[in-house]
Write a protein that binds this ligand. Structure first.
Ligand code: HEC
Ligand code: HEC
Ligand code: HEC
Length: 189
């Protein structure tokens, strides 16, 4: 009896230790991996096509040339901020965005043909997440648009819960046509 209790205790202890090690080792490793895959280096240098297109576009955009020097990374707009969300996005969003786009796409010409599809996917993702990534930096209530058009539309946005991407598409990349699906969302307000 005693022996089995002892063994049982030992197994429990081993299991606990296992979980402990898992937590200690697993999390930093996971975090490191995540950082690598979320870094601009992964997408913009590994993927030369991205570097020649969307990365240049970002660099020339208002977000790439802020006077404060706060310049968003790809992941700030395209990957969820929390780790679990980030993994989910790597499986879902990032695979959509980078891998499926990049897999079999080796040239800028091929990318340009796929751009419409890709832009739509990103836009619909922002619709479905209430532009969550934008809100990690921008607080709606604190934005003070300079011109009256902006002020008017921002108070309308808050009244009707209209999400950022509905108005701020073609934000940092080359202008891309709107899909019927996205157009329908805009038209619903
Ligand atoms: C990493 C932080 C960050 C993220 C994420 C971010 N922005 Fe910005 N955004 C900025 C900064 C910094 C500026 C420059 C603001 C300034 O100079 O006051 C800016 C400027 C803007 C502007 C004004 C310039 C322009 O391009 O017209 C708009 C509109 C805007 N952001 C919308 C968005 C939307 C929509 C998203 C999500 C798709 C987003 N931002 C994501 C930091 C961010
Ligand atoms: C209903 C449309 C609409 C929605 C929704 C909307 N905006 Fe805007 N926003 C505008 C317009 C219009 C302007 C003014 C643009 C101009 O004057 O060039 C503006 C201006 C801005 C500016 C620049 C402020 C300035 O003038 O310096 C920022 C930053 C911004 N929006 C961010 C956001 C973010 C982030 C969201 C979501 C949380 C959002 N907007 C939602 C229409 C909208
Ligand atoms: C400030 C937010 C923001 C940043 C930073 C950003 N993107 Fe985007 N990206 C968008 C939005 C919004 C779209 C959806 C298309 C649109 O309406 O602009 C998009 C679309 C795309 C697309 C689809 C093709 C297209 O032209 O729409 C790709 C690919 C892409 N981004 C890659 C990147 C890469 C790579 C980086 C970093 C070098 C990056 N993005 C940085 C906001 C951002």
């Amino acid at each position: 009896m005693r022996f089995w209790k002892w063994i049982g205790g030992l197994t429990g202890l081993a299991a606990l230790a296992g979980i402990g090690v898992g937590v200690m080792v697993g999390v930093p490793v996971a975090d490191g991996v995540d950082r690598y895959f979320s870094s601009n280096k992964f997408c913009a240098q590994t993927c030369h096509v991205m570097e020649a297109t969307v990365a240049v576009e970002l660099a020339e955009s208002a977000h790439g040339t802020t006077s404060s020097g706060v310049v968003p990374l790809c992941r700030d707009c395209h990957v969820s901020e929390d780790l679990i969300g980030a993994y989910f996005d790597h499986i879902k969003g990032t695979r959509d965005l980078y891998s499926t786009l990049i897999l079999g796409i080796d040239t800028v010409e091929e990318f340009e043909k796929a751009r419409f599809e890709a832009a739509n996917r990103v836009r619909m993702h922002l619709i479905n997440t209430d532009s969550k990534n934008c809100r990690t930096c921008h607080v709606m209530e604190k934005i003070k648009p300079e011109r009256t058009r902006g002020q008017r539309q921002h108070s309308e946005a808050q009244e009707k819960n209209i999400t950022c991407i509905v108005c701020h598409y073609d934000l940092v990349h080359k202008e891309t046509a709107l899909s019927d699906e996205f157009d329908a969302v805009i038209g619903s307000y």
